[in-house]
Design a protein around this ligand. Structure first.
Ligand code: HEC
Ligand code: HEC
Length: 319
């Protein structure tokens, strides 16, 4: 076959392939109900490029005020809700761009999937309950009560951003983009090198974060002012997926998947505040709440038993 013939064959192949895909798409339109939502499902391909409305554009009334308070609670959590925050973090340190950024667990993508069953607490969780859990673990604090000004405002903000999205389906951008399993077993030594080269300039050599002149704040990754052992970020798979998609700030996506696994393993092998569900011993708490290869709680890393009350800051401490 001459060159022209080859191109023609290739073109037919491509058209045929496209038609076959079309047929598959048509087949998928048969009335199969969408899968039931779970609390942390990775994005499914709908609502690509969804841009949530800005809180500033919410109506100039009581509802709009709640939406704008919700946004401030995300970005200035310790100023707007000091009694409920127990560490040096704001919601938007993880839910980046005030909970708007796709691939950083955006609130609009979450909102349309609640109420949902969560294995973590074994019950149906309303959206407010889901937010309470991030106060308890990620913010190492005390959850605001149901129906409180704070939970209503965060819920109003999430609902406002989610306007127009279909409910009961994870839109693209929910949670963190899925990460392939590591090619080689993640390793603290390699993780420490990644950390020193690509993270410590901002998050500090001891992971404690830092505040620079002019007010830019780099949040803590471990130690007394960080998220506690019950947080999603304290599990290696979630941390690796977050880091791969969202860090280093300004060079997002530059780490290899292996580097993300290694540095997440290193960070989640450090000391951080106690799991508020702690019972009896690190080993007992591990078997009840951390029985997973992605949690290092209750294991010994560099000679320290992680979760040992002797070396673990208590939960719910601010400074
Ligand atoms: C240390 C990082 C961190 C902080 C701080 C944090 N969260 Fe989260 N949050 C997470 C992680 C990790 C998840 C789980 C994402 C997943 O499973 O896809 C999550 C999940 C959520 C979800 C559900 C998302 C979904 O798609 O189901 C909501 C809602 C939420 N957080 C709200 C908040 C609010 C409000 C605050 C502040 C009071 C907050 N979070 C603070 C890390 C954090
Ligand atoms: C240029 C500075 C910079 C670098 C470098 C950087 N980060 Fe961050 N990181 C930030 C900032 C700022 C935030 C908070 C984002 C926000 O509030 O918008 C953050 C947030 C985080 C969070 C969630 C919040 C928390 O404190 O737990 C994690 C985890 C994280 N970074 C890990 C890493 C890792 C791992 C690396 C290296 C691979 C890294 N970062 C490199 C600036 C940086």
């Amino acid at each position: 076959m001459d060159l022209k013939g080859k191109w023609a064959t290739l073109a037919i192949g491509l058209v045929g392939g496209a038609m076959a895909m079309f047929a598959i798409n048509r087949a998928q339109q048969s009335p199969v109900p969408p899968p039931l939502p779970t609390a942390s499902q990775q994005g499914a391909p709908i609502a690509a490029n969804f841009t949530p409305p800005l809180a500033a554009d919410a109506p100039d009334d009581a509802y709009g005020d709640a939406v704008r308070l919700g946004e401030r609670l995300m970005t200035q959590t310790a100023i707007e809700a000091p009694q409920y925050v127990g560490n040096g973090l704001a919601c938007s340190n993880c839910h980046i761009d005030a909970g708007r950024k796709a691939g950083a667990a955006p609130l609009w993508a979450a909102f349309v999937n609640f109420p949902a069953f969560r294995k973590k607490n074994g019950e149906i969780n309303s959206f407010q309950k889901r937010v309470q859990d991030c106060f308890l673990y990620s913010m190492n604090g005390t959850p605001p009560p149901y129906g409180s000004r704070e939970l209503l405002a965060i819920e109003s903000y999430a609902a406002y951003m989610a306007r127009g999205l279909p409910s009961g389906i994870s839109p693209e951008g929910r949670g963190f983009p899925a990460l392939a399993a590591p090619a080689i077993t993640p390793d603290d030594g390699r993780g420490a090198v990644v950390y020193a080269e690509k993270c410590s300039a901002c998050h500090g050599p001891e992971g404690a974060g830092q505040v620079f002149e002019g007010g830019s704040i780099y949040p803590p990754l471990w130690g007394v002012r960080s998220y506690n052992w019950g947080a999603g970020m304290a599990t290696i798979d979630k941390a690796a997926a977050f880091i791969r998609a969202n860090m280093p700030q300004g060079q997002e996506g530059s780490l290899t998947e292996q580097e993300a696994w290694d540095v997440a393993t290193y960070i989640d092998g450090q000391v951080r505040p106690q799991d508020p569900r702690f019972r009896d011993s690190p080993q007992a708490t591990r078997s009840k709440h951390h029985d997973s290869p992605f949690s290092r709680y209750g294991t010994t890393v560099a000679g320290i038993l992680l979760g040992d009350p002797a070396t673990t800051p208590p939960s719910g401490q601010r400074k």
